[in-house]
Design a protein around this ligand. Structure first.
Ligand code: BDP
Length: 326
């Protein structure tokens, strides 16, 4: 479905991309991320831009638009689809409604732990899903690689150790039906909302809390409103960074290959930055008085079984392969 807004974006994109057709002319790739400068995903992309510029003698560079300057992730995906944005670094959670194949990673407790998730994205399943997403005619995006995003835990103004204690809590989830149903199954009330609307929704009490990894909880200042970080670990969702297919098709094969190579390096680099950031954020959160609450994880795992069964049925073979990845 093409909306008016998308047509406007397409017109802007056509103008923005005009120089791309002339191989020798300078090309500035617009990249976007909801996080601020310095956050591991943003930093890895900024570094990739510097390398790209150096390795093309200044011909191609990346201009980063961080901190939700271009809106939330839904907006970023739309902009990349029409070519108004070249690189969007988004959560697989936000991509799921567009590229169904990747939704398997959005199931609650589909990974045993972060090490398991890394094995899967680094191995054949990770590669296959990137290829499938590239071929999906609906996506209009070329995935460049995965990034780490740790484990998501529920934060609120009180300790929430069991599904019963979550009752009545309105918890913001990313805009994807699987997450709303996951939260409902966990005992709370899932509220789908863009990341760009979340802070004020928490401040005004539209929601009681949200769920995310420690670096996001810290850097978005959500810990100042909700001091209980309940270690539910219900989702371990990788990030993904994608290139606009429209823009991609205007690049030479050599430039495409260079961007792919640098993307693999960015993926590896982000992981180093990520591990350091998780450690640092956890320390800062504890120092700021946040309570890290151990919960009845098994109860949440059991409670979300129907969601895995409902949404996971069509990926049964793939889920088996994920489980068998040791
Ligand atoms: C963060 C992801 C970001 C998502 C955000 C969210 O890095 O891509 O937009 O969660 O909850 O962990 O929307």
């Amino acid at each position: 479905m093409i909306s008016r807004r998308m047509l406007c974006l397409a017109a802007a994109a056509a103008a923005a991309l005009a120089p791309v057709a002339f191989a020798q002319q300078k090309m500035v790739l617009k990249a976007s991320d909801v996080h601020a400068l310095g956050y591991p995903t943003v930093e890895a992309m900024v570094r990739m831009g510097k390398k790209l510029e150096a390795q093309t003698n200044g011909r191609i560079s990346i201009q980063m638009y961080p901190a939700m300057q271009l809106g939330g992730e839904k907006e970023m995906i739309e902009q990349a689809q029409v070519g108004a944005l070249q690189i969007a670094r988004i959560s697989v959670g936000a991509l799921g409604p567009v590229v169904d194949e990747v939704n398997v990673f959005n199931l609650p407790f589909v990974f045993r732990d972060e090490a398991h998730m890394r094995k899967v994205i680094d191995g054949p399943i990770g590669r296959e899903l990137l290829e499938k997403a590239a071929k999906d005619p609906k996506s209009a995006l070329i995935p460049l690689g995965w990034m780490d995003s740790g484990t998501r835990n529920v934060y609120a103004k009180k300790a929430l150790k069991t599904p019963a204690e979550l009752k009545g809590q309105k918890i913001r989830m990313m805009g994807n039906p699987v997450f709303v149903e996951t939260m409902n199954a966990m005992g709370g009330n899932g509220v789908a909302m863009g990341f760009n609307e979340l802070y004020s929704a928490m401040q005004t009490g539209v929601v009681d809390g949200a769920e995310n990894n420690p670096p996001t909880y810290l850097t978005q200042n959500h810990y100042q409103i909700t001091k209980f970080y309940n270690l539910t670990g219900h989702l371990i969702i990788p990030e993904i960074f994608v290139f606009s297919k429209r823009s991609w098709e205007q690049l030479s094969k050599d430039d495409q290959a260079l961007i792919m190579k640098l993307s693999r390096e960015a993926q590896a680099e982000q992981r180093q930055l990520w591990d350091a950031m998780v450690k640092e954020s956890t320390e800062k959160l504890k120092a700021a008085g946040v309570q890290f609450v151990e919960v009845d994880k098994k109860a949440f795992y059991e409670a979300t079984r129907p969601v895995r069964e409902k949404y996971g049925a069509k990926y049964a073979a793939l889920i088996k392969r994920i489980e068998d990845t040791k």
